[in-house]
Design a protein around this ligand. Structure first.
Ligand SMILES: Nc1ncnc2c1ncn2[C@@H]1O[C@H](COP(=O)(O)OP(=O)(O)OP(=O)(O)O)[C@@H](O)[C@H]1O
Length: 479
């Protein structure tokens, strides 16, 4: 089967696909679209960048065109940025239908959202927390007639990680009709299969891409073994190398905390790399603005926490660097999946310290692929080591606290501020500042002493010269 028409989609939809360069169905689309059109629940597990979004958007649009009403479909997704991306796919592919969509995510104005919900959009794309808030606080919309519930990144929505969606999901499921189609998609669906089967109720069609590996062949997966203290120098070296060699490449660097994300961004900017960040402590508008600038290649380097690990589809991303080795193989799979999408090539490099070797082993076991060592010229890294470490220290103790106080208008003793800066860092900062001050003082003293000594020497020289001249003159006179 090599055309969308033969999957049961209408001509207008196939035409829309063509306009987006979507000509031939990918395996996940080829298998899931007919099952969804038949009215079955569906669970689709396919590698990152393999077109899972269109695999659910297309059949929903087909069904919507046959019987258009609002609210027809609800899509839930774990991150706000992903919600906008999915809504965009619905909007572009559903343009001939005059599709009305509505995005319900945290960090944006609730009143505007409530108004949009009450206008009965065809499709609602939401993050669970904010939608649950709307369900609790307003009765101006109804989801009792929805035909489709879609859980994108379904395993993330159902796992009890640092953001636990399960309570909000329960609240949402309560207001949805039992008679509906439920569609679940993710690149790592099988890990939470049991919980997912409880949500998809009428004997779901289950499809998983048959492949021994969990990552795509086009991805060149590398690692660099580095002591913790030299990690940043390797990072700077890598970025320098990639930006020197390929001026059209974009890079995503993943790190584990918002604080680290901010420090690395400041550090890279000190080295004049066009860098922008994305993490959950930023204001939502800033998050969207930064992502838009990165997508438009205004900034070529994005430093992000795992808030950007799933789903984001940015074709220019050629390199993913893991500044920390992910603790879970599935996080690794999603992070490196931000490159080598839709058949394109890409490189991922994971910085591995002596403490992370066991994590690499479990990643390799899960993805059924051995990471290869990335060759680095150690000499080049050592050349920049001191400069990199001094810059990081400066960012940590001076720039970061300033950034959080001014950018977020946090009071210096507020809980959130202390959470970011950490008490021991505040003490460390004080001690370091004292040290720098006294070093500066000593340095100044030394310079002063040197100048004095030099002046003294010059004066002495002058005096001796004068004495010699006098003596010479006296000698001439007596002669
Ligand atoms: N049939 C197709 N032919 C060519 N390109 C396609 C096809 N279907 C989707 N694409 C494109 O492939 C890219 C990746 O698709 P998508 O974002 O849906 O991947 P995904 O499987 O959801 O990945 P992830 O697991 O990372 O979320 C998108 O840019 C999309 O437009």
């Amino acid at each position: 089967m090599d055309s969308f028409l033969s999957l049961g989609l209408s001509e207008w939809l196939v035409k829309q696909c063509k306009q987006l360069g979507i000509n031939k169905p990918t395996p996940v689309q080829e298998n899931c679209v007919p099952a969804i059109l038949e009215g079955r629940d569906c669970m689709g597990c396919a590698k990152t960048g393999s077109g899972k979004t269109a695999a659910f958007v297309l059949p929903v649009l087909q069904k919507l065109s046959e019987d258009p009403y609002g609210i027809f479909c609800l899509v839930l997704t774990p991150t706000r940025e992903l919600a906008y991306q999915i809504a965009e796919q619905f909007r572009v592919l559903g343009k001939p239908l005059g599709l009305r969509d509505c995005i319900i995510v945290g960090g944006m104005d609730m009143v505007t959202q409530a108004l949009e919900l009450s206008n009965q959009p065809h499709v609602v794309v939401a993050t669970p927390g904010r939608l649950a808030d709307h369900i609790r606080s307003s009765n101006t919309f109804s989801m009792s007639k929805i035909k489709f519930l879609i859980l994108d990144e379904a395993d993330r929505l159902l796992e009890q990680g640092c953001t636990d969606f399960t309570k909000d999901l329960e609240g949402i499921l309560e207001i949805l009709p039992a008679k509906r189609q439920t569609l679940l998609f993710s690149a790592t669906l099988t890990d939470t299969l049991h919980e997912l089967k409880n949500i998809a109720m009428n004997k779901p069609f289950f499809w998983e891409s048959k492949s021994e590996t969990r990552t795509v062949e086009e991805l060149d997966q590398r690692y660099i073994l580095t002591p913790e203290k030299v990690k940043d120098a390797y990072l700077i070296h890598l970025i320098q190398k990639f930006t020197d060699e390929h001026d059209d490449w974009s890079l995503i660097i993943f790190t584990n905390t918002c604080k680290n994300c901010q420090i690395l961004t400041m550090m890279l900017r000190e080295f004049n790399f066009p860098t922008i960040s994305l993490h959950s402590m930023m204001k939502q508008k800033q998050r969207f603005a930064n992502l838009a600038k990165f997508k438009a290649s205004v900034y070529k380097i994005l430093i992000a926490t795992d808030v950007a690990a799933r789903g984001l589809d940015i074709p220019t991303v050629q390199v993913v660097i893991n500044h920390n080795t992910p603790g879970l193989p599935k996080i690794y799979i999603h992070r490196v999946g931000r490159t080598a999408r839709a058949g394109r090539n890409g490189v991922s490099i994971t910085l591995v310290t002596q403490y992370d070797i066991h994590l690499v082993h479990s990643i390799e076991e899960k993805i059924q692929t051995k990471l290869k060592e990335y060759p680095v010229e150690e000499k080049e890294v050592h050349k920049i080591l001191t400069q990199v470490n001094v810059t990081r220290r400066e960012c940590e103790i001076v720039r970061l606290p300033l950034f959080f106080t001014f950018q977020f208008q946090l009071k210096k003793n507020s809980k959130i501020y202390l959470q970011i800066i950490e008490p021991e860092l505040t003490a460390k900062r004080k001690a370091e500042l004292e040290k720098i001050k006294s070093q500066k003082k000593k340095f100044k003293q030394k310079i002063q002493e040197n100048i004095q000594r030099q002046k003294h020497r010059q004066l002495k020289k002058k005096l001796t010269k004068r004495k010699q001249m006098k003596r010479k003159k006296a000698a001439q006179e007596t002669a």
